[in-house]
Design a protein around this ligand. Structure first.
Ligand SMILES: [Zn+2]
Length: 217
């Protein structure tokens, strides 16, 4: 994909995130890995600019090595966890961060999403972890996020929001949407107390089926 097409795709994914109802306003951010023979990095939404008026030139190119900006706009304040995901997860090509209502509600309760439904496995494991709180934009938050994302394609961020990652922008958006759907169900269930959970053996079967039938999007 050309750089221009990828810039357009990042903007489209950011708008889709809001259209799907998993983010509002200028919260959240989106990036996609961008590698050429001369450049090893990613393209990320800028800070504080409404997605409706975002143009390809507003997307910021960042290198994985130094995190330096090569464009006029400042990158999203959360560029550190985007950079560290690309740095540590070679299979990942896109990152979506949202303040989705139900995922964030659970995150504000410091709750991971346990295996109450088999689709929890869509994020890659038997649960969807909640990373401990750290101030937005800090390296501490990036470190917590990387740990919570180990062997996973999504995590919650305590008192903040959630992250979905995938090989493509479509895959990252899809897992973020599924996490929000699961978060809403789990939050509703919690109003009646802790729901029954699937056994680890059942989750293993589901994880294996997802592996066998290809990467869930
Ligand atoms: Zn955020």
């Amino acid at each position: 994909m050309t750089e221009l097409r990828l810039r357009e795709a990042v903007i489209a994914a950011a708008r889709e995130m809001n259209a799907l109802g998993i983010n509002r306003g200028t919260s959240g951010n989106v990036s996609a890995r961008f590698t050429t023979p001369e450049f090893d990095g990613y393209l990320i939404t800028p800070t504080g600019l409404p997605y409706a008026q975002m143009l390809p030139d507003d997307i910021v190119a960042m290198t994985i090595a130094g995190g330096d900006s090569h464009a006029g706009r400042l990158p999203s304040s959360e560029w550190r966890f985007h950079r560290d995901i690309y740095r540590t997860r070679p299979e990942i090509g896109a990152v979506v961060h949202t303040h989705a209502r139900y995922a964030t509600t659970l995150a504000c309760m410091n709750r991971a999403i346990p295996p109450f439904h088999y689709m929890v496995a869509i994020a890659g494991g038997r649960d969807i972890r909640c990373a401990p709180y750290a101030t937005f934009g800090t390296q501490a938050l990036a470190d917590h996020a990387i740990a919570a994302l180990a062997d996973r394609r999504a995590c919650l961020l305590a008192h903040h929001g959630m992250i979905g990652i995938g090989a493509t922008l479509e895959a990252a958006l899809a897992v973020a949407l599924e996490v929000e759907t699961l978060a809403e169900m789990y939050w509703r269930l919690l109003r009646d107390g802790e729901p029954a959970l699937l056994a680890d053996a059942e989750m293993e079967i589901t994880l294996e089926k997802f592996r066998t039938y290809g990467q869930p999007r």
